[in-house]
Design a protein around this ligand. Sequence first.
Ligand SMILES: [Zn+2]
Length: 208
Amino acid sequence: MIHEILAVGPLQCNCSVIGDEATREAMVIDPGDDIEDVLALVRKHHLEVKQIVITHAHIDHVGGAMKLRAATGAPILLNQNDYALLKMLDMQAAWIGVAPPGKVEIDHSLNQADTLKAGSLTASVLQTPGHTEGSICLYFPAEKKLIAGDTLFAGSIGRTDLPGGDFDKIIDSLHEKVLALPDDTVVVPGHGPLTTIGEERESNPFLK
Ligand SMILES: [Zn+2]
C-alpha cells in the first residue's frame, strides 16, 4: 500500500493519497486544499486517481475536491446526509476566513458497508454521524488502517457544536463502529498525529 498523508490548508487537514503498488490505482481522501501538492504526490508515485472520498462536508476537508476532480476526472463521493452542509460552504469559508471554494458537486453518496476499491486495496465505509450528520470513516481491513475524518483524534473526538453536530450520536458512532475495530488498527485522524484503536480505547477521556 502506498499511503502519503499531507496536512493541507490553514487548518492542516490530513489528506490521504492511497494507492495500489501493483496497479497504481489510487484514491484521495479529504483534498481540502493545496491540490498542487496533492497532485505532486500522485505524480511522484505514478498513480491514477479513481476516487475522491470526502469524510464530511467541512470546507477544510472538501474545499479542493472540484479542482482535484478537474485534474483527475475521478468522481467525488460523500454521504448524502452532508449534502445540506455542502450547500453552506460560503458560510463555512467566512467562519475560517478563507476564499469560498465555489460549488462542489457530488457524484455518488457513500453509505454504511459500501466497499471502495483501488486496485487490490479494499476499504469499507463506516457511517459515523455525530461530528456532522453525514460523517464517515474508511476502514482498510487488510492493512488494519482507519481513515477517521473528524470523528476520532489522538486523545480527543470531533467537536459537535457546529451545525449538524450531535454529541450523543458521535459517542454512539465511536462505541458501535469505531471501537468495534481491532486494537492494532492504525487511526489516521482528520487533523494531528496518528494513533491506534487500542491507544484510544485505553486513554481517550471521551471514550471512558
Ligand atoms: Zn470537520
